[in-house]
Design a protein around this ligand. Structure first.
Ligand SMILES: [Zn+2]
Length: 166
């Protein structure tokens, strides 16, 4: 994804007020982010453990989304697959994250949810070298495929929050 400044990150948020966007914590280590290896930016709120933030590139520019992990999903450790990276190795927790939709829909209480890696590890997950499982297996192709899938699913979610027809 393209490099974003702190101001651009704050400006991107669509489902919180301007003052909330001005105050939300920035991702830790922002100056060290390797943007070429990110399909989206995601981080947890250090003060509120169930709150997370993502910024997803879309055809209409970056979309920032405030997410809340459902308490039930944080407590249960039943194996679940992340809806974005679809990682099946289960090395970490997957939570049900819920986002208020942008604009009037969100003010009316309309939300949209997705199962998502608890610590937003998707971009690392899709780049993990897959085990060679059959003859003619092209690991680079598999990784490229996973990266494209992650970008597409994140973009689709962002568009749903914004209220675009998909
Ligand atoms: Zn994931």
């Amino acid at each position: 994804m393209d490099i974003l400044s702190q101001a651009e990150i704050r400006d991107a948020f669509v489902n919180c007020s301007r003052s909330e966007a001005a105050e939300l914590p920035m991702p830790p280590g922002l100056h060290e982010v390797d943007w070429s290896r990110r399909e989206y930016l995601g981080w947890r709120d250090p003060r509120v453990p169930q709150r997370g933030y993502v910024v997803v590139p879309t055809e209409n520019g970056p979309v920032g989304i405030v997410l809340r992990a459902s308490e039930a999903s944080m407590r249960s450790h039943a194996p679940t697959m992340c809806g974005w990276c679809q990682d099946v190795h289960l090395t970490h927790d997957v939570y049900l994250y819920v986002a208020k939709r942008a604009g009037q829909a969100g003010r009316n209480g309309d939300t949209v949810g997705t199962l998502l890696c608890g610590g937003f590890e998707c971009c690392e997950n899709v780049r993990r070298t897959p085990p060679p499982s059959y003859v003619g297996f092209d690991a680079d192709l598999v990784v490229a495929d996973r990266i494209a899938g992650l970008a597409e699913r994140a973009r689709r979610f962002a568009n749903t929050v914004v209220g675009a027809r998909i």
